[in-house]
Design a binder for this molecule. Structure first.
Ligand SMILES: Cc1cc2nc3c(=O)[nH]c(=O)nc-3n(C[C@H](O)[C@H](O)[C@H](O)COP(=O)(O)OP(=O)(O)OC[C@H]3O[C@@H](n4cnc5c(N)ncnc54)[C@H](O)[C@@H]3O)c2cc1C
Length: 433
């Protein structure tokens, strides 16, 4: 690498999933220095999460995803001289002086870097529609259970029900079945059979359809019922397990299980966004699921699109038209999928927990004035003040109000909880120029 390249400020890429890695290699291959930050100890993101050392790999994923990842990681190896990879490092935000802050969890210290531009590719978060009992032990998000399964190779023990809406229900249920614990049932709230035209449109999506068919085949082979127009109405604890009141079509039933895995779709992980903070007068772009939920294939294209935009801002031409066209197709697919699974919205009961950190229920929310501002909801209602910093109740309330809740205050670092010891060990990174 030339001396200039060694001393120039890097382009920051936050997130080591398909979008972040695609962005990092595209920039490095164009001759730029890249700082790639990933909070986990290995790259992979939500889809290519690797087993913990010594744990078995129970599910390897569809061949096309594996091929895509192998290609990205070999390009990463080839471009390694230009990419400074920092794993176990969490992006915390931007300080008032425009420095990007990170927590190095291995070293237990916060460090700061200046960068020329940033691409934030921090993936998606799961949506959970609240119902009575969702906060009880034994109720987990389906994505959270999938993370455990991929990392430990062990499915949760005992009977499992998977419920909510979206393609992840199928994927998680099939992966549990393959790992040796097929769920009792998968309950999909939507009723796609009611929308045959939309379904017919989806049937032309090649790879996604093949993937869904493989999951459906596994469920059929393991005799796991997949019920549409079905949902969880409420949950209570019984003995060591859960009594789950469900609606199956028009019939109400009680199911007994040890675990209930819930999931109501994905949304961009926007913790701390909008960026940049005052003082960081540089291009900051979002990429992948963190910008728009378009799926794993599109995340790679979107990482390349963001990298091309950074290159263009630095005066290096990079064509984006073919990428935009492919992203448009992915967008149309996601729109059709959402339409096929659309279901009527139901309000929670007054007793339904909304903020589990502070024990605030739906009745506490409806007691607030209908036009309460975000600040009033926080201060008078005590929503969003707990340890999770509103990560769960914020999106729930936004959905119940039918609008995004404006943030009560502009995003400030740290975007994630950080220990005082790590802060006390603050350092301006030695590679700072
Ligand atoms: C829980 C879950 C399960 C999914 N399961 C499937 C599936 O089975 N099949 C399928 O086709 N698609 C699945 N998807 C969708 C698919 O994973 C995504 O479309 C794809 O991974 C998006 O890639 P990405 O790079 O945008 O985000 P991700 O792959 O999510 O990568 C984002 C990365 O950013 C890192 N990160 C986040 N915040 C910070 C921070 N503050 N500092 C540093 N690093 C940070 C994360 O650790 C992660 O590695 C799933 C998504 C989720 C959220």
């Amino acid at each position: 690498m030339s001396e200039l390249a060694m001393t120039e400020l890097p382009i920051l890429v936050v997130g080591g999933g398909p979008a972040g890695v695609a962005a990092a290699v595209t920039l490095a291959e164009a001759g730029l220095r890249v700082l790639l930050i990933e909070q986990r100890d290995r790259l992979g993101g939500a889809i290519h999460r690797q087993p913990a050392p010594g744990a078995p790999q129970v599910w390897r994923g569809p061949a096309r995803h594996r091929r895509n990842w192998t290609e990205l990681t070999s390009r990463l190896e080839r471009a390694a001289a230009r990419i400074e990879l920092r794993t176990s490092s969490v992006f915390l935000g931007i300080d008032g002086a425009g420095r990007f802050l990170f927590e190095d969890r291995r070293a237990g210290r916060v460090f700061a870097r200046r960068v020329r531009a940033a691409i934030v590719a921090v993936g998606a978060v799961e949506r959970i529609r609240p119902f009575e009992g969702w906060e009880l032990p034994g109720v987990t998000s389906a994505g959270g259970a999938q993370v455990l399964l991929k990392e430990t190779g062990r499915p949760p023990e005992g009977p499992i029900v998977v419920a909510g809406t979206g393609p992840l229900l199928l994927a998680v249920a099939a992966q549990l079945a393959r790992a040796g614990n097929p769920p009792l049932a998968v309950l999909e709230r939507g009723n796609p059979w009611r929308r045959p035209k939309t379904l017919a449109g989806l049937a032309t999506a090649g790879p996604q359809l093949t993937e869904a068919a493989a999951y459906a085949t596994t469920l059929a082979w393991k005799r796991v019922p997949y019920r549409t127009a079905s949902e969880v109405l409420g949950v209570s604890e019984v003995g060591q397990g859960l009594a789950i009141r469900v609606r199956l079509g028009k019939i109400e039933r009680l199911l007994q299980a040890r675990h209930l895995l819930v999931h109501d779709g994905l949304e961009p992980n926007r913790a701390g966004i909008p960026l940049p903070a005052p003082g960081a007068e540089i291009p900051v772009l979002l990429a992948g699921d963190g910008r728009e939920i378009l799926g794993a294939d599109a995340a790679i294209l979107d990482g390349r699109r963001a990298a091309a935009a950074v290159l263009a801002s630095l005066g290096q031409a990079a064509p984006v038209a073919p990428l935009e066209a492919a992203l448009g197709k992915a967008r149309a697919f996601q729109r059709d999928l959402a339409e096929a699974l659309r279901s009527p919205s139901t309000l929670p009961t007054p007793e339904t927990m909304i903020c589990r950190c502070e024990g605030r229920r739906y009745a506490d929310f409806t007691a607030l004035p209908a036009d309460a501002s975000a600040r009033e909801i926080r201060l008078m209602g005590r929503f969003g003040l707990g340890a999770c910093q509103g990560r769960f109740c914020g999106p729930m309330l936004a959905e119940l109000r039918g609008e995004a809740l404006p943030s009560a205050s502009p995003p400030r670092w740290p975007l994630r909880p950080v220990s005082l010891a790590a802060l006390a060990n603050f350092s301006m990174d030695q590679t700072e120029t």
